[in-house]
Design a protein around this ligand. Structure first.
Ligand SMILES: [Zn+2]
Length: 119
């Protein structure tokens, strides 16, 4: 028997198939050793986290799909203008204070209910 003609295991075959599929779907735009256009992956910390798709949306918003060529982690990020960010911060502030007030109100209502149960 020829030793070099060893059969690959099911797991090895699946791994190779996944690698092939991923490289076909998300081809590397740059050579991995050059690190051009790639950033550090937030999961595996390899310098292989790059943008695979950029789409301009309405309101000057830009959506980017990011992909790690090492661990296959995927995420979507949005680029918004400073004005949009200010608006977001303002709305979030209002929302957070409303949530706090709702919690306080809920506590008060629950205390009244408990008092009613005791008497
Ligand atoms: Zn990664």
């Amino acid at each position: 028997m020829n030793k070099s003609k060893q059969r690959l295991s099911e797991t090895e075959l699946q791994k190779l198939a996944t690698q092939f599929r991923e490289s076909y779907m998300y081809p590397r735009k740059t050579h991995p050793s050059k690190n051009k256009g790639t950033a550090e992956c937030p999961v595996c910390h390899e310098q292989s986290y790059g943008v695979i798709e950029t789409r301009s949306l309405k309101d000057q918003t830009r959506r980017r799909r990011r992909y790690c060529h090492s661990c296959h982690y995927r995420a979507t990020t949005y680029e918004i203008t400073a004005d949009q960010y200010q608006e977001y911060s303002r709305v979030k502030e209002i929302w957070d204070s409303l949530k706090m007030e709702m919690n306080t109100l809920e506590t008060v209502i629950n205390n009244f209910k408990r008092l009613g149960e005791i008497q």
